[in-house]
Write a protein that binds this ligand. Structure first.
Ligand SMILES: NC(=O)c1ccc[n+]([C@@H]2O[C@H](COP(=O)([O-])OP(=O)(O)OC[C@H]3O[C@@H](n4cnc5c(N)ncnc54)[C@H](O)[C@@H]3O)[C@@H](O)[C@H]2O)c1
Length: 296
């Protein structure tokens, strides 16, 4: 039988702060396949996340098919808006939710990984984070600052992570991010430059696959996931409508499940996908193939 076997591999999933989003589901699937998993969490959400873990509030979702529990090897603080600590403005650095965490930049995380595990500690990196402060605003009303913030956190952060974590990857390593179809089709309500950020993320996936493939021998892919009412997506304000609409109009008329995105991510991270790089892989019950609503 062909099995997804990630035993002996170390993964980092950036963008996990609860058990409701794609990052958590992916972390769990990677662990189910045998990988050791660390996560990176946005400092403003870190305390609540640690608290939920400590109080056993996520124990049900942490239970693995094998009977064990999903354990995180490390939980790193990460604000993906900053490549180095020096770039973070003073009000962020002195903010209570940040002061306790130590270096929360991308470089800081890379240095901690090396300090914790040695020179080339990683096989798998999953980028499962996004933020658009003006996501509820139409593009026509989006400010320059809001647009650039969305692109910085949701797209450039992948470039920065491949730059800084690429040298830490063992041979045949894999990067994967999460994108959304609003990059290529109009999804009214997905505003604030988030659609632009996803378009950049997908385009960068192709170029990074080429450059990082040649430089580090790694693969870079992105999963275009169907809608899910995660914490981040709830900020959009219309996520329930997006989920319902897709469930009614997809070739497979049911909501996409986080586990379906997660198993695709585990496959892409595995050697079974050794020929796949630079790809946008749709895991959306086929919605991307539709040109007209199913119910007219
Ligand atoms: N939920 C959907 O409908 C959907 C659909 C397609 C793609 N996606 C993508 O999936 C990925 C995961 O999102 P999700 O919907 O599972 O929600 P989520 O809330 O589980 O994940 C988003 C994470 O990003 C983190 N984050 C926000 N700003 C950050 C920053 N500056 N630095 C570091 N972390 C930061 C949040 O704390 C959160 O943990 C995102 O890229 C999202 O755009 C989501």
């Amino acid at each position: 039988m062909l099995n997804i076997d990630l035993s002996g591999k170390r993964a980092l999933v950036a963008g996990v702060a609860d058990d409701a989003g794609y990052g958590f589901a992916i972390a769990k699937a990677l662990a189910e396949a045998g990988a050791t998993v660390s996560v990176a969490t946005w400092p403003p959400a870190l305390k609540i996340f640690l608290n939920l873990l400590e109080r056993g509030k996520m124990d049900d979702s942490r239970r693995l098919a094998s009977g064990g529990m999903l354990e995180f090897e490390r939980i790193y603080p990460l604000d993906a808006a900053f490549d180095t600590l020096a770039e973070a403005p003073e009000d962020i650095r002195s903010n209570k939710r940040y002061t306790e965490t130590g270096d929360f930049s991308i470089v800081g995380m890379a240095e901690r990984l090396v300090a914790d595990f040695g020179e080339r500690p990683l096989d798998i990196v999953v980028h499962s984070l996004a933020n658009g402060p003006e996501v509820k605003k139409p593009l026509l009303e989006t400010s320059r600052a809001g647009y650039l913030a969305a692109v910085s956190v949701s797209a450039y952060s992948l470039v920065a992570m491949v730059q800084r974590l690429g040298p830490l990857m063992r041979p045949r390593g894999s990067f994967c991010s999460l994108t959304y179809m609003a990059s290529e089709r109009v999804i009214p309500g997905y505003g604030g430059g988030m659609s632009s950020a996803k378009a950049a993320l997908e385009s960068d996936t192709r170029l990074l696959a080429f450059e990082a493939g040649r430089k580090f021998g790694v693969r870079v892919n992105t999963i275009s996931a169907g809608p899910l009412a995660s914490r981040a997506a709830s900020a959009i304000g219309i996520i329930e409508r997006m989920v319902d609409y897709c469930a009614q109009n997809t070739p497979l008329p049911e909501p996409v499940q986080p586990t379906e995105i997660a198993t695709a991510a585990a496959f892409l991270a595995s050697d079974l996908a050794s020929g796949i790089t630079g790809s946008t892989v749709y895991v959306d019950k086929g919605y991307h193939a539709m040109g007209m609503p199913a119910q007219v």
